[in-house]
Design a protein around this ligand. Sequence first.
Ligand SMILES: [Zn+2]
Ligand SMILES: [Zn+2]
Length: 137
Amino acid sequence: MAPDDPSLEGLRTVFLEPIDVQGVLSVAAGESFRWQAHLRTVAAGECRRCLSPVATVVEDDVDVMFSSDPDLLDDPGVYEMPVNVVTLDLTTAIREETALRVPAFPLCRPDCKGFCPTCGADLNAGPCECTASGSTS
Ligand SMILES: [Zn+2]
Ligand SMILES: [Zn+2]
C-alpha cells in the first residue's frame, strides 16, 4: 500500500515507505475469516524530547478476524465483513493495524537529552549554562 494511499487519509502519521503486507487468509468457523499477516513500513515522527525528525520502523505480525457475525464484532480484534462477501477489502484493517503500531512518542535515540527547560538549548549538543551551574546550586 502506497504511503499516499487514500485509505490512509486522516491518520496523523506520515509514512516514508509503502506499507508492505504479506499474509494468509483462512476460513474460520461461523462466517468468519482469519487473517494472519506481517506488515512493515517506516513512519515519520518527531522525537518527543528534542523534536528532531525520527524514522521509526513499524514491523509486526497481525492476527485478526473478519466476521459478519454481530456477536463477534464487540471484539476489537474482529473487523466487520459484509454477508456473502466475494472479495474482502483489507484496506481498513491494514490502516488500523498499522496505525496501532506506530509509536505515539518516539525518541531519536534512547538517551536523547532533549531541550533545557530553562533556556531551550539543545542538550544533545552539550550542557547549557543553566544545567552547568544550576545543577550545583
Ligand atoms: Zn531527540
Ligand atoms: Zn539551559
